[in-house]
Design a protein around this ligand. Structure first.
Ligand code: SF4
Length: 121
């Protein structure tokens, strides 16, 4: 068995949570104050997730790049593949904020969306 300690980052309380693993399986979680923290600790220990923020090239706008974000967290271990997919993407103006650029990004439940609007020039 193995204990992993982490600090929950979901609210300013910053609870110290201990997750006990047995052969990679979560068998106990202590120190959380709410279910959100408990779920976060389990996920963070087994397969951490993060929101991706980056930029992609855009044609026909004043700026050369468009800020993008995933609509929800994706597995941290997919970030390299995700950044490669973002580097390969070019979009055309106009684009509106929250417009889906790639649905089910890399087969996840997250979409890659524009995080601001850009007009066509
Ligand atoms: S466990 Fe709950 S109360 Fe504690 S830091 Fe996380 S979200 Fe906040």
């Amino acid at each position: 068995m193995e204990n992993k300690e982490l600090i929950c980052v979901n609210c300013p309380m910053g609870c110290r949570i201990t997750v006990t693993l047995d052969e990679g399986r979560v068998i106990d979680i202590k120190g959380y104050t709410c279910e959100k923290g408990k779920n976060y600790a389990a996920q963070e220990t087994v397969r951490p997730m993060r929101v991706l923020t980056s930029t992609v090239r855009i044609n026909g706008a004043l700026a050369r790049v468009l800020p993008v974000i995933t609509s929800q967290e994706i597995p941290l271990d997919m970030m390299e593949e995700a950044m490669e997919a973002v580097r390969m993407l070019t979009v055309d103006a106009p684009v509106r904020v929250n417009q889906v650029l790639i649905p089910h990004f890399l087969g996840t439940d997250a979409d890659l969306v524009a995080s601001r609007s850009m007009k066509k020039i």
